[in-house]
Design a protein around this ligand. Structure first.
Ligand code: NAG
Ligand code: NAG
Length: 246
């Protein structure tokens, strides 16, 4: 009886659904056991999607968002990551990259350390057309994995990805830094809507994952902290809240 009560308490302590608008997940160290699992509101396989998020890092090699687990038959079904290992000095360029069905496309983007970077990825299985938006600029479109679909029942997590081969999580891509404003849709958003996502318009929320109504479970040493570099509504003199460096 007592044991059951304790389990309930532990369960309630690690799970929540909340408006995270003013918050970030802080991953204090590059540890493969530190990650956040997100529970989607839609579980049907996706043949179209848009995923947007912000990250704030020191410019290392980091997995941001992954669909799938270590047990998934398909490795790296969908992953957004950033990689500076091809860049010298590492702070000057990073390579945001997307995996679908364990196949990668990457795009060089200029980045500054000590700034939030905003990514959106759109993908349409009918054509395979993939767009990668970085801080409101879109890369030349790529084509990736036409005809594939992304099974959300395999789970969505922040801060980790699997090895290219084998089943283990890839410790070289464990995330360290801050992640915020994660949204996912089961459609391809228009450039105009992506602009509003970038500006953190409160009226634009993911219908698969919404940062403003987030069901998440923390594993390991990830903590929720207030956004430091953002001003909101009246403070910033506009109806948008926006992340930027003071
Ligand atoms: C996805 O990957 C699996 C395993 O490598 C492969 O059998 C399948 O054909 C791939 N699907 C597409 C649409 O590329
Ligand atoms: C959050 O997700 C869990 C599954 O991970 C589910 O059992 C729970 O009902 C969800 N909570 C809400 C409020 O949707």
């Amino acid at each position: 009886m007592e044991m059951r009560f304790l389990c309930l308490l532990l369960f309630a302590g690690s799970m929540a659904q909340e408006d995270m608008d003013r918050n970030v997940f802080l991953f204090p160290s590059k540890t493969v056991g530190d990650y956040v699992v997100l529970t989607p509101m839609v579980t049907e396989p996706l043949d179209k999607l848009t995923v947007c998020l912000r990250s704030y890092t020191d410019g290392g090699r980091y997995a941001l968002l992954t669909v799938g687990t270590r047990e998934s038959k398909i490795r790296n079904m969908f992953v957004i990551l950033q990689d500076t290992s091809h860049s010298s000095p590492p702070q000057l360029y990073f390579y945001p990259a997307v995996y679908i069905n364990n196949t990668q496309v990457s795009i060089p983007a200029k980045a500054d350390v000590l700034e939030w970077n905003h990514y959106c990825v759109t993908w349409d299985s009918n054509t395979g057309v993939l767009q990668l938006w970085v801080n409101g600029k879109v890369s030349p479109r790529k084509v990736l994995k036409k005809g594939f679909s992304i099974d959300l029942r395999d789970g969505i997590s922040l801060g980790r990805m699997r090895r290219y081969y084998g089943t283990d999580w890839d410790s070289t891509f464990a995330f360290e830094g801050e992640i915020s404003d994660v949204h996912m849709w089961n459609e391809v958003l228009s450039p105009k809507t992506i602009r509003r996502v970038l500006l953190n318009d409160r009226d634009i929320n993911g219908n698969v994952i919404s940062w403003r109504s987030l069901n998440y479970t923390i594993n390991g040493d990830v903590i929720v902290q207030p956004k430091l570099q953002c001003r909101y509504g009246s403070e910033s003199g506009s109806s948008h809240s926006q992340c930027f460096i003071e």
